[in-house]
Ligand binder design. Structure first.
Ligand SMILES: NC(=O)c1ccc[n+]([C@@H]2O[C@H](COP(=O)([O-])OP(=O)(O)OC[C@H]3O[C@@H](n4cnc5c(N)ncnc54)[C@H](O)[C@@H]3O)[C@@H](O)[C@H]2O)c1
Ligand SMILES: NC(=O)c1ccc[n+]([C@@H]2O[C@H](COP(=O)([O-])OP(=O)(O)OC[C@H]3O[C@@H](n4cnc5c(N)ncnc54)[C@H](O)[C@@H]3O)[C@@H](O)[C@H]2O)c1
Lengths: 207, 207
């Protein structure tokens, strides 16, 4: 089974490859792909080895073939319908960002417990009530959800999403979720990004 | 010079070590640290080697010493004052998240161009006008900023932050910033997280 850390790097490779494709680049060496994605060529070769060999030694990879392959590996060659729960400040920003650019993973349903929010639109997607979740999630074939509710309700809402058929959750709520083993939870903590950035302005200079 | 990818992993190790410290764990093997942080023990050993040896072969690392060391490497043993520019949906969510929990990197100033927002508070921090940026950033010793403005103004606002003394920017705006070499820019694109999560619900099952 492919390591989660490899799966996390694939979208970065894809981003670089798509950019190269636009620039008309046909072949890319692992050194160049490494340089542009911020990883080492050994890391890239290791990651890609899980999916079979694509490159020609001494020549490199076909940009078109490699990007198509990674796109398929991730399931991004078709639309992947997603739900967002918690249309607050963060949820609204994420929904607007997602819906205002072309993306394979697309938010098709938004849920919130606040009756004053239910019924309003975020970029053409209406905010639905929580009791409609099971029906809408099943109907739209949603298996991926973004969780942007308060920590206090995160576990209950996550369980509800799983009961509705969701198998992958991008969790922004600062709460550890306990869910069945078949559910992939990706927690996000943006303070980790601030903590690494601190190195460059306040960190120790090790020689 | 230490690779950026190593610096990005350090806060994750620190998170795990702090948790262990709370649990009263004194010694941790690189295998256990690897298991809990999601990386391999070789990766951890390689990363830590940049900062000198800390572990005892066959025994492991002192949890207290290693966490203190990483905290100092990142500069998180003191408060690191940060500014946020763009108090919209995303900026407001990030500021509230940052200011409602103890963190070394702390938002001490918020700026926005909207006169209707200037003067209001986010968790005790007032929203200041853009023309006060240079003064406030210098006065508070801010060298790290979070950019959550629209893409159309990101470059100009970033340049302004740099002129004010900022040397590290966490950039959420979907715009590539062109800044002097001494400025560390960390772009964030949360759609990359959605794209990797897609693998678990829509991706290819490679045997
Ligand atoms: N991980 C990070 O880096 C990060 C950054 C910012 C915010 N956050 C977290 O994201 C979450 C949202 O932050 P925010 O600032 O947008 O908060 P918010 O209060 O603006 O939004 C929360 C939304 O959830 C809704 N809600 C509350 N209970 C609900 C329930 N039981 N079912 C469905 N919806 C419900 C509310 O009506 C509201 O619209 C919080 O948990 C916050 O701590 C995380
Ligand atoms: N990287 C990601 O994953 C991600 C996710 C969500 C949003 N975003 C991006 O984050 C940014 C903010 O998103 P949002 O939904 O909060 O938008 P928003 O419109 O709610 O907020 C933007 C804020 O910036 C302020 N602003 C505009 N021009 C300014 C200027 N010249 N100087 C200072 N402030 C100015 C506005 O007054 C407003 O308060 C956008 O660029 C959006 O595309 C990125």
């Amino acid at each position: 089974r492919i390591p989660d850390v490899t799966i996390k790097r694939l979208p970065i490779y894809l981003r670089v490859l798509d950019r190269m494709r636009e620039q008309g680049v046909d072949i890319v060496s692992s050194a160049e792909l490494a340089r542009q994605s911020g990883f080492t060529s050994e890391q890239i070769r290791k990651d890609l080895a899980y999916f079979g060999a694509f490159g020609t030694r001494g020549v490199g990879y076909s940009v078109a073939m490699l990007s198509d392959r990674i796109r398929r590996i991730l399931g991004l060659h078709r639309e992947v319908p997603a739900a967002l729960v918690g249309a607050g400040h963060l949820g609204t920003a994420l929904a607007r960002y997602n819906l205002t650019r072309p993306q394979a993973v697309r938010i098709v349903a938004i849920f919130d417990a606040d009756p004053d929010k239910v019924g309003s639109l975020i970029e053409t997607v209406p905010i639905s009530p929580m009791d409609a979740m099971e029906d809408i999630v099943r109907e739209k074939g949603v298996r991926l959800a973004i969780l942007t509710v308060p920590a206090s309700v995160a576990q209950t809402v996550a369980e509800r999403l799983v009961r509705a058929g969701v198998e992958a959750i991008l969790n922004f709520a600062p709460a550890q979720l306990r869910l069945p083993p078949g559910v992939q939870v990706q927690p996000i903590d943006l303070s980790l990004e601030l903590e690494s950035l601190s190195y460059y302005v306040a960190g120790e200079r090790v020689s």
